[in-house]
Design a binder for this molecule. Structure first.
Ligand code: MN
Ligand code: MN
Length: 459
């Protein structure tokens, strides 16, 4: 008799455990090493170059496969299919920025003979999670002489780290009564950068000591901070979680888990029927704004450029968009056994049950959702079932309990058929997020299946 009920299965029961574990190892290396959008861009660019992709904006680009970099913060990778681009693209879009703590433009100060850095957090964080945590400083500084300095301190095992202090419980009676959003205030997210002073006539000066250290080591003067992008992220690499090593905890799964699996899916594939485009975007965590965010017209510029260079003068950018499909590859939330109350279980993603298809995001009456059509959900459902890919339907939390958005709507507004598809995490946006290795591998398989598909929408 036909199975009438919808039920999902734990993906560990159907996937090849060896393949899952091996893929997890390569992902751990990536996620441990590349923590900012600029670092991911340089990784992807190097890998793409090694594989023979050409810079779309380079002098030696004459057509075919390419990568295209925007502001060093977002990158596209394109693989030409057997069909011409006028029949549309299969696009996987992910974001490579993650919540973090940025330095202010004039950050350095000293108080009680301790030198600290003023910060302004980036994206949606629970501020209390970031205190008393070893932090690494990553970023770029445009020096006075025009030189661009790039560095990371705190990642090598013998590197020093920065750290934000917190009040001892003995003196924290008032603090602990505050709402969690105020336990650590935004202006109290300042990490310690130094404690050894230089001696002056009648006092000591730690700030001056740090300035001369920065100058000796990097050639930095204080004004250089103004033209810098320096960022604090959790120090150290990814770790396996559990005695069975079934999960990975790391900084920035959201959304580098999708960026990595999408890129691997594209580069591990043979020549697809339709052309593939991977878009790895910046600024999603602050609304996809700016020149490197998904609301910018870099996508239009890239397609125009491709059409021109490849002699496709009779094809318009809109011809391409309206024939294209996109997966908005972003993470969802898995039901947390410690906090089941915010989830409506029947429609929430389960950890380890494969990649999550999310028809709509948004909040409070689906506000701000892209909302993929039933026809598109049908096409994706049929594709994943046909390839035995572990997948599940998911919604972000109970009605009216909160919500969130993704890049999906910015592609959809261009006429591209778009749907959210990504793995579900525990502790999303925490300094260390948790992902299932089975869901990681299922995501890779899902993006690969999509990039090699020729979807049509049933009328
Ligand atoms: Mn995300
Ligand atoms: Mn996010």
């Amino acid at each position: 008799m036909e199975n009438l009920e919808y039920k999902t299965k734990n993906a560990w029961l159907t996937l090849d455990k060896r393949e899952v574990m091996d893929f997890g190892e390569s992902y751990k290396q990536f996620i441990s090493a590349y923590k900012t959008e600029r670092e991911v861009v340089s990784f992807v660019r190097n890998e793409a170059e090694k594989l023979g992709f050409k810079d779309l904006f380079g002098d030696d680009y004459t057509g075919g496969d390419f990568f295209a970099v925007d502001d060093d913060k977002s990158i596209f990778v394109f693989k030409r299919g057997k069909k011409e681009i006028s029949s549309g693209l299969n696009i996987v879009v992910a974001h490579i920025d993650s919540p973090r703590i940025d330095l202010k433009q004039n950050p350095l100060y000293e108080k009680f003979e301790i030198a600290l850095l003023k910060t302004h957090y980036y994206g949606g964080i629970k501020k209390y999670q970031w205190a008393t945590l070893p932090l690494a400083l990553h970023g770029v500084v445009m020096l006075k002489n025009g030189e661009k300095l790039e560095f990371a301190i705190g990642e090598a095992p013998d590197d020093p780290v920065l750290i934000i202090s917190d009040l001892l419980p003995h003196l924290g009676r008032k603090q602990i009564e505050k709402p969690a959003k105020n336990v650590i205030e935004g202006e109290a997210l300042d990490p310690i950068i130094g404690t050894i002073p230089v001696e002056e006539e009648d006092k000591v000066n730690v700030k001056k000591a740090i300035l001369s250290l920065l100058n000796e080591r990097f050639g930095i003067v204080e004004e250089d901070f103004i033209s810098s992008e320096l960022t604090l992220v959790p120090a150290g690499g990814a770790r396996d979680v559990g005695m069975d090593r079934g999960a990975i905890t790391a900084y920035g799964h959201d959304d580098k888990i999708c960026a990595y699996t999408a890129f691997r899916a594209l580069t591990d594939s043979e020549i697809p029927e339709k052309s593939s485009l991977i878009m790895l975007m910046d600024k999603e965590e602050i609304g996809s704004e700016g020149t490197s965010g998904s609301q910018s017209e870099f996508l239009e510029y890239v397609i125009e450029r491709y059409l021109k260079t490849n002699g496709l003068n009779n094809v318009s950018v809109r011809d391409v968009f309206f024939n294209s499909f996109a997966l908005s590859a972003d993470v969802n939330a898995a039901v947390d056994p410690l906090y089941p109350d915010v989830f409506e279980e029947q429609n929430s993603a389960k950890f380890g049950h494969g990649i999550v298809v999310t028809k709509f995001t948004g909040s409070g009456g689906k506000f701000g959702a892209s909302d993929a059509s039933a026809e598109l959900v049908f096409a994706i459902r049929t594709l994943f079932n046909g390839k035995n890919i572990p997948w599940q339907i998911g919604e972000l939390g109970k009605v009216d309990i909160g919500g969130g958005g993704t890049i999906a709507k910015y592609l959809a507004k261009r006429g591209i058929e778009t749907i959210d598809v990504g793995p579900a995490l525990l502790s999303m946006h925490a300094p260390y997020e948790i992902a299932s290795k089975a869901d990681l591998y299922a995501s890779y398989l899902a993006y690969k299946a999509f990039l090699n598909s020729t979807l049509t929408l049933k009328k």
